[in-house]
Ligand binder design. Structure first.
Ligand code: SER
Length: 942
């Protein structure tokens, strides 16, 4: 059978037995204690622990799970390449019962699949059963023993021979130090030519007797103190080594021939990769296994180890990166980096000089993309990441190897001399110096285990003690250095893909160039399929602390993907949600991300207003008010707080009035980071005791009167909040009140023109001005108290209208004042930079972020300082503004209108005007540089 058929046959077998087939979970584990997903059962831990209900109707499931065992409790990294059956990455086929069937079915079905379906020779099979040692938990597994006994007997085999006992080390399965666990029963297969070892090789670490299937009977939860408590239900968790089963079935030609070594590598799982590696290094894979001392291996053996390591490691790398785990300097990222560097070094040993690992990625995505679609989706990104990593390591690799070899040579000479003078037979131990291992690590990027491996190949051991001492000293140095700078909140074990948030300032919210992206598997919920995407840098705010996630678009190659939500997936990472799953495979660079700015502005208004509301509530009701929850969206804000009774109408009005006053006051909003220790001491900063904060916190300061710890985004002036109105005040629990309010444009969405029917005059008014859609009777909000927002009368409408108008005017005025100030400052600066070398002095400038109005104001300011020609370009909201002025005495030589006419086409626009003053505009900000250059050329000609 081909490997694909074996996988399918396993899943079909359990499907026929009412198991739901579930997709493999990500290699990024949910459990914080794990580096990688290391077993099929990982995704089911919450069900085993009874923390989540079982979602499967029949309480049965089966799948093939991607696993990595290269760090933590289960770690096979050191064995990879040296034998036939250890891997960093492998697939595990499994079936599960969640409090449903137990040992009898699990064991009998395993027997049926192996013996009846797949025709494994039963005389070669051995079952292990749990027999605790002195300090081991639980009892002898009599039940499993009896079931196996019955099966072996029926098959005419002696249970005394075919059942082997194992203690906690071999027959009690634990995922990590804690969590669901239980006794297990493993199935091993004798792979010797004759198959007559009578169980002697079981659990003896021999490639001639392999464990193929582990049946775990989950019954306990292991706690941190080393105790085991009973779980409310008993479960089955089985795991079959997919590559091993393929090796046995394919390597023995359907169980007919066991004369050649059975090796996972001699299967169609690995053959496409070997083919490619052979092509790259121009050597054949000969499937030899190492024997003898490391330095005595012949060329074939050395090459074959290297090739096995490479085909193994590239799978771990490809699958991890597809799941968003990137090589880095810490945690699981460092494990990946080590794996990659080992593979690169082995490539070098095979004589491959160029970058090569990344070329193996398409082999895997082609081969397994149909089982694991994330490979296909992320193929290009995986290749990119691997190539980049390879490139950076390759730069130092040769110099590192040279340094290593120098020391080996030196020590070999020393060894020879020592041997010649040695008097006893004691073998002389040579040590590779720890300081050189440290230099290799620090300067050349050689992970310690790579140096150790190279040392082993030369029959040496590394002086780890010295290495560790130097590492400790370095850690201390970097700790001391860190103390001086701000420490960022970071928990490396929790992170998915680090996404760098660049969207606090709305000016940077559109057209952000994305450098890297990852796509998660699509998920289906209630008939809707969505997928998660991770981009970095990202202007999208992920839902957090009440503020809803951003929406927006991603643009690439003439296509656009709509982002319908953004979620926080770890402290350092946000996920974008889209329904356009089909388009994801096509994402390419250049890739631009833009937040829906109007929506974000509304959210920011509501967020800043929430802070002011919090302050006002404390002013009116006292300092016993404390926040219990909040919602900050584009449509409204909701603020829950502790207060023993309903607010009176007077109190409500007072709070609203206070907020409005503060909003209209044009207070600046600032934010800055502080070490938490410092923030904690500052009583003027609102913070919630008992909440978890990182080392560094962000303080949002509104006009000095409201200071809160907050990670959200805010307006830059309170005037940006616009009009503010409370909509409702109600109780949500004993002692907890809820206020809802709206600001700015969102007010319109809450107002229904009910009044229209009653008053023709108002109806006319409403038609004329959308801002005047002002009759409120909001049935969904069920207000407990009504006040003037529930505009029952004309005067309330008029007042709100007047308020809006007043605010708009005030806003415009404040804006203008700000512009004026900035323009005056620029004018003064720029005047110094004028080009006065020609007959007419001139000044050509790009006013970044400026619109037409700003350019006009700046020209006005420049008039006071400068005589000559001024040409300005500005860009805001993806539009270009142009303006030119010519002092009267030069208008004979050059006219402002002509300058604009000449340069506007470069920005895809037009314009013109009078000889002294002209303006124009365009739609292509990328053309600004060219437009300004052409102005210069024009002026230089005079
Ligand atoms: N959890 C067990 C293992 O990984 C069986 O699936 O071996």
């Amino acid at each position: 059978m081909k490997s694909a058929e074996i996988r399918e046959s396993f899943l079909d077998f359990f499907k026929e037995r009412q198991h739901t087939i579930v997709p493999s979970s990500s290699l990024m584990p949910d459990s914080p204690g794990l580096l990688f997903t290391n077993a099929g059962m990982n995704q089911f831990v919450p069900i085993f622990l009874n923390e989540q209900p079982c979602p499967f109707e029949t309480y049965r499931a089966a799948n093939t799970q991607k696993c990595i065992r290269a760090g933590g409790k289960h770690n096979d990294l050191e064995d990879v390449g040296l034998d036939t059956y250890h891997h960093t990455y492998f697939e595990m086929l499994g079936n599960w019962s969640f409090g449903e069937y137990f040992k009898k079915e699990a064991i009998e079905w395993a027997w049926e699949l192996l013996i009846e379906e797949w025709k494994f020779p039963k005389n070669r099979l051995y079952a292990t059963v749990y027999k605790p040692g002195k300090r081991d938990p639980a009892e002898f597994d009599q039940e499993a023993y009896d079931i196996w006994k019955g099966l072996f007997k029926k098959a005419g085999l002696d249970p005394e021979i075919h059942i082997v006992y194992g203690n906690k080390k071999d027959n009690f399965w634990m995922m990590g130090e804690t969590g669901p666990c239980g006794p297990c029963s493993e199935i091993h297969m004798d792979l010797t030519p004759k198959g007559d070892t009578k169980g002697k090789l079981v659990n003896a670490d021999s490639p001639l007797c392999m464990e193929i299937w582990n049946l775990v009977f989950i019954q306990f939860n292991a706690d941190e103190g080393g105790g085991f408590s009973d779980l409310p239900f008993r479960h089955v968790d089985t795991g079959m080594g997919f590559e091993r089963v393929c090796a046995i079935m394919q390597g023995s030609k359907g169980f007919k021939d066991f004369t050649k070594p059975i090796s996972n590598y001699n299967t169609d799982v690995f053959s496409p990769l070997f083919k490619e590696v052979s092509k790259l290094c121009k050597k054949k894979y000969k499937a030899t296994l190492p024997s003898g001392r490391p330095e005595e291996l012949n060329a074939d053996m050395t090459n074959d180890v290297a090739m096995r390591v490479i085909v193994d490691h590239i799978r771990a790398l490809t699958f991890s990166i597809a799941d968003g785990i990137l090589p880095s300097n810490e945690g699981r990222g460092y494990v990946l980096r080590r794996i990659l560097r080992r593979a690169v070094r082995y490539g070098r040993q095979l004589g491959i000089k160029e970058l090569f690992l990344y070329k193996l990625v398409p082999v895997i995505t082609e081969q397994l993309g149909f089982v694991f679609p994330e490979l296909k989706r992320n193929g290009a990104a995986i290749t990119r990441v691997i190539k980049g990593e390879e490139e950076s390591f390759t730069k130092t690799l040769d110099r590192g190897i040279e340094l290593f070899n120098q020391h080996v040579e030196k020590n070999k000479r020393f060894l020879k001399a020592a041997q010649m003078t040695a008097t006893s037979d004691t073998p002389i131990q040579i040590e590779f110096p720890g300081d050189v291992a440290f230099e290799l690590y620090d300067t050349y990027g050689f992970p310690l285990d790579l140096t150790e491996l190279m040392a082993r190949e030369n029959n040496m051991t590394v002086d780890i003690q010295k290495f560790e001492k130097l590492m400790d000293e370095q850690r201390q140095r970097s700790k001391d250095a860190q103390k001086k700078s701000v420490i960022k909140v970071k928990d490396s074990d929790e992170q998915h893909i680090n996404t760098d948030f660049v969207g606090f300032d709305l000016k940077t919210g559109v057209n952000v160039e994305v450098c890297n992206f990852f796509i998660d598997e699509p998920e289906e919920k209630g008939g809707t399929v969505t997928a998660r995407l991770y981009i970095t840098p990202t202007p999208f705010y992920g839902e957090m602390g009440g503020q809803v996630g951003d929406t927006g678009i991603l643009e690439f190659g003439g296509e656009a993907i709509e982002i319908i939500d953004t979620l926080k997936s770890s402290p350092d990472s946000t996920a974008l949600i889209t329904e356009q799953v089909g388009l994801l495979e096509e994402i390419s660079f250049p890739l631009k991300a833009s937040v829906n700015l109007d929506r974000r502005k509304r959210i920011e208004s509501h967020h800043s207003a929430t802070h002011i509301l919090h302050w006002a509530l404390r002013e009116v009701l006292g300092n016993t008010v404390s926040q219990k929850g909040s919602y900050v969206g584009p449509d409204r804000l909701r603020f829950d707080f502790s207060h023993p009774e309903a607010m009176t109408e007077k109190e409500i009005k007072k709070v609203e009035k206070l907020v409005i006053e503060r909003v209209e006051h044009d207070a600046g909003v600032q934010w800055y980071e502080l070490p938490y220790k410092e923030a904690k001491k500052d009583n003027s900063i609102m913070q919630f005791f008992g909440d978890k904060y990182g080392d560094t916190v962000r303080v949002v300061d509104i006009g000095g009167f409201s200071k809160e710890l907050c990670g959200g985004t805010h307006v830059s002036s309170t005037l940006d909040i616009g009009c503010f109105r409370l909509i409702s005040e109600s109780a949500i629990a004993a002692g907890v009140r809820r206020i809802e309010a709206v600001c700015g444009d969102a007010i319109n969405d809450h107002l229904k023109p009910v009044f229209v029917k009653q008053n023709e005059e108002v109806a006319q008014l409403l038609k004329k001005s959308p801002k005047a859609r002002i009759t409120l009777d909001e049935p969904n909000l069920k207000p407990e108290v009504s006040w003037d927002l529930h505009l029952k009368n004309r005067s309330a409408i008029e007042k709100l209208k007047a308020d809006i108008h007043k605010l708009e005017k005030k806003h415009a005025k404040a804006q203008e004042a700000r512009m004026q100030k900035e323009a005056a400052h620029l004018a003064e600066e720029w005047t110094k930079e004028a080009d006065t070398s020609g007959p007419i002095p001139f000044l050509i400038k790009h006013a970044k972020g400026g619109d037409g109005k700003f350019l006009q104001i700046t020209l006005g300011e420049l008039k006071n300082h400068f005589e000559g020609v001024v040409v300005l370009a500005g860009d805001s909201n993806n539009k270009v503004a142009l303006a030119a002025s010519v002092s009267k005495k030069f208008t004979k030589q050059i006219k402002a209108g002509d300058i604009i006419k000449e340069i506007a086409p470069h920005v895809g626009g037009k314009g013109g005007g009078r000889p002294e003053l002209a303006q124009g505009g365009g739609t292509e900000p990328n053309g600004i540089a060219l437009a300004l250059k052409s102005a210069k050329t024009l002026l230089n000609k005079i």
